[in-house]
Structure formats: structure tokens, C-alpha cells
Design a protein around this ligand. Structure first.
Ligand code: PMP
Length: 395
């Protein structure tokens, strides 16, 4: 085994100046285990991925079963593979009727890239409207529609014809016009520090898109898959997007994403040009098996039913004078403090105590909590106890 820190720092590309730097040998449920046996509670699910816990036995079994059948056999969209058929059927059965056609990809950013291209191709328009402070991914297209200007400047020129509006501000919606191909929006802004829009706002966005013929892309890559208490967050707002993007928790720990739309919209990728969007590994059968089992686990174990009460328990237990604000929907939290330095210290002390909380990309005054939905009440009590101790000790 090789947990050499120098190899990690020198032979693996680094993108942060302060990597979290714990060594992990194995993971199970809500726990990560270091080689020396130290146990960490993973309160962030590997950034909203392990919603059914790490290595859920049914997910692992489905992966093993698929390994015995076949791995990659052909690029997306050419051969008929049972497991991708089954996944598409299952996923669309859980979605509104107009979201009936799935394009499987490998990651969140790719799902958004595909969705943006689809909207441009279908509408014949070029303008994209996105939100300030949003995060949609790190490849050129997704970066272009992400709202963090500091993260973009070194990589310009990016996509032209992108307009930014303020999230949750209905006054900005007039920027959506009949020039707009699509509006891309996180239903709940994640890396901006869990920003929850009003119901009226999302209804107004939907209405404005309908008036202008712009397609509405909802990015549920972070807030989807049960995180907010419904399988998809948009269900709580009474709207349906034209294109939905998902990834992260969708694969139950393996890399798979999807953009999903009505067949009539999706069909525009088949002509002018043919092969309008292609991917070699998208819909990899092992990842599809894992995703299918993950959806089944969420359903069979009725995980959604308890998300709200578990979230509320966290919120009730996390009372401390240093906590400025808690923003929460389901089991997706931002815990606000007075400074980024304090947040840093708390996250470090919590790490020593075996609890993983973590930063947000674009909101340094908060740390995040997004535990596996399988977390028990007892584990929540223990976690909150350790977090409160960390807040005290980080003073
Ligand atoms: N959209 C949202 C809302 C995200 O939170 C993320 C990842 N943090 C992405 C897109 C990009 O996903 P990926 O890292 O899989 O490319």
C-alpha cells in the first residue's frame, strides 16, 4: 500500500494550496477509515455523492454482477445494452412525463455541456442566461456559465453570449428574451453556500422561459438524488425543467451523469449535424448498474421519507452563539460564521476529531454538511456533539 505524502503532492496534480490530506484505505456507510484504523464520519458524502452511503451492499452487488457480464463494449448510443435500457426506464418512471429521454455522460460538467449544446441546437439561438454565483462545472462551457468571476479570468476567452442575472431576483428575468436559447440554473445553489430560491421566483422563471421560448435547464447535480427530501428538488417548487442535469449521487459512487429532456427535443442531436453530441464512455455499463441499484436503494429503503426529520434534528442540535445562520433544505446545509478564518479552524479541528465537514467553492464564511441520507439519528447526535466541540475549541 502506498499512502506516501510526497508522491501525492508531487506525482498527482494539485489544485489547492491546502489539500485536506487524510489517507483513506476503505469506506463503509457514513464512515471513512484511515490505514491506522482512525475513523472519520463523512458528513459531506464526498461532496454530495454517497447519498446511499459508501459501498452500499446492494450497489456493490449490482456492480459485481455487471462485471461478470460485460464492461465497455461500444460508444454511447449504438448497441442495445440491458443495463442502460433498465436505467433509462427506471429514471424516467420517476420523472415527469416530459423528461422521458436520457443521455448518459460521465460527469456533472459533461451533463451541462450536453444540455447547453442541446438547447442551442434545438432553439437555433445562441444566448445563454445563467446566474451570478452559480457553479456548473470546470470545463470551458460549464465554466463560461458559472458565476464565480475570479475562477474564470485566467481562462478567457470563454463562451460568448452568456448573460448573468441575479439568482432569486424576479426583477432580472426581463433579461430572458426571444434571443435566449436557454436559462441554466441550479434549483438550489450549492457552492454559493446553499441558496434556496422562493417558490414564486422559480414559477416566474418557468413562466418567462415559456413566454420567450427559452429552454429551462435545471442543474440538480448537487441538490438532486434525494438530497433535499424529494428525489429532485424541483418537485418541491411545482415546476418542470425542459432539460434536467444530474451526476454526483446518481452513480452511487461511480462516475455517471445525465441530461434528460423530451424525446422531441433530444432528437435534434441526430441531424444537422448527425452525431450532434457523442461520448465514448457515457453510459458505461458498470456505472449504469451502480446508478440503477442506487435508485432502487433510495426507493426500497424509503430514504426520502426521513430526510426532512434528519435535517431538522441537525438544525435543532447545532445551536451555538458563533453560528450566524444555518441555511438548509433537507440534508443540505450551509453553516455560516463571522469569518473564513474561523470556518477554516473549525473544519481542521473537526477533522482531528474524526468529522469531515468542508468548505464551499464560492462562500468562505460557511462550511457544508451533506451527509449520506442513510445517517442514523444516533450518528447525527454524535456528529453534532463533535461539531459543537470543534466550534468551541476553534475559538
Ligand atoms: N453543477 C453543480 C451544481 C455542481 O455542484 C457540480 C460539482 N460541484 C457540477 C455541476 C460539476 O460536476 P462535476 O464535478 O462532476 O463535473
Amino acid at each position: 500500500m502506498n499512502f506516501d505524502k510526497e508522491v501525492f503532492l508531487n506525482n498527482l496534480a494539485q489544485t489547492t494550496q491546502q489539500p485536506y490530506l487524510i489517507s483513506i484505505e476503505r469506506a463503509q456507510g457514513i464512515y471513512l477509515f484511515a490505514p491506522d484504523g482512525k475513523r472519520y464520519m463523512d458528513l459531506i458524502s464526498g461532496i454530495a455523492v454517497s447519498n446511499v452511503g459508501h459501498r452500499h451492499p446492494k450497489v456493490v452487488q449490482a456492480i459485481k454482477d455487471q462485471l461478470d457480464k460485460h464492461l465497455h463494449i461500444m460508444v454511447f448510443g449504438e448497441y442495445i445494452q440491458s443495463v442502460s435500457n433498465e436505467l433509462a426506464l427506471k429514471l424516467t418512471s420517476l420523472l415527469p412525463a416530459s423528461l422521458n429521454c436520457c443521455y448518459f455522460v460521465n460527469s456533472g460538467t459533461e451533463a451541462n455541456e450536453g444540455a447547453l449544446k442541446l438547447a442551442k441546437r434545438y432553439t437555433g439561438r445562441t444566448e445563454i442566461v445563467s446566474c451570478k454565483k452559480s457553479y456548473h462545472g470546470s470545463t470551458h462551457g460549464s465554466l463560461s456559465v458559472s458565476g464565480n468571476e475570479v475562477k474564470k479570468n485566467a481562462f478567457r476567452p470563454l463562451l460568448p453570449d452568456v448573460r448573468f442575472i441575479e439568482f432569486n431576483n424576479p426583477d432580472d428575468l426581463q433579461a430572458i428574451t426571444d434571443r435566449t436559447a436557454c436559462v441554466i440554473m441550479e434549483t438550489i445553489q450549492g457552492d454559493a453556500g446553499v441558496r434556496i430560491p422562493s417558490n414564486d421566483y422559480l414559477l416566474a422563471v418557468r413562466k418567462r422561459c415559456d413566454e420567450t421560448g427559452a429552454l429551462l435547464i435545471l442543474d440538480e447535480i448537487q441538490c438532486g438524488m434525494g438530497r433535499t427530501g424529494t428525489l429532485f428538488a424541483f418537485e418541491q417548487f411545482g415546476i418542470v425543467p425542459d432539460i434536467l442535469t444530474i451526476a454526483k449521487a446518481f452513480g452511487g459512487g461511480l462516475p455517471i451523469g445525465a441530461f434528460i429532456a423530451d424525446k422531441q427535443i433530444m432528437e435534434s442531436l441526430t441531424h444537422n449535424p448527425a452525431l450532434g453530441h457523442i461520448t465514448t464512455f457515457g453510459g458505461n455499463p458498470v456505472c449504469c448498474a451502480s446508478a440503477l441499484a442506487t435508485l432502487q436503494v433510495i426507493e426500497e429503503e424509503q430514504l426520502l421519507a426521513k430526510v426532512e426529520s434528519k435535517g431538522k434534528l441537525f438544525e435543532d442540535l447545532l445551536k451555538h452563539p458563533h453560528i450566524r445562520e444555518i441555511r438548509r433544505i433537507g440534508l443540505m446545509f450551509a453553516i455560516d460564521f463571522d469569518s473564513a478564518e474561523r470556518v477554516n479552524r473549525i473544519v481542521q479541528v473537526a477533522k482531528e476529531k474524526g468529522v469531515i465537514c468542508y468548505w464551499f467553492l464560492s462562500h468562505p464564511y460557511s462550511f457544508r454538511i451533506a451527509p449520506p441520507l442513510t445517517i442514523t439519528e444516533e450518528q447525527i447526535r454524535e456528529a453534532c456533539d463533535l461539531i459543537l466541540q470543534s466550534i468551541e475549541e476553534a475559538d
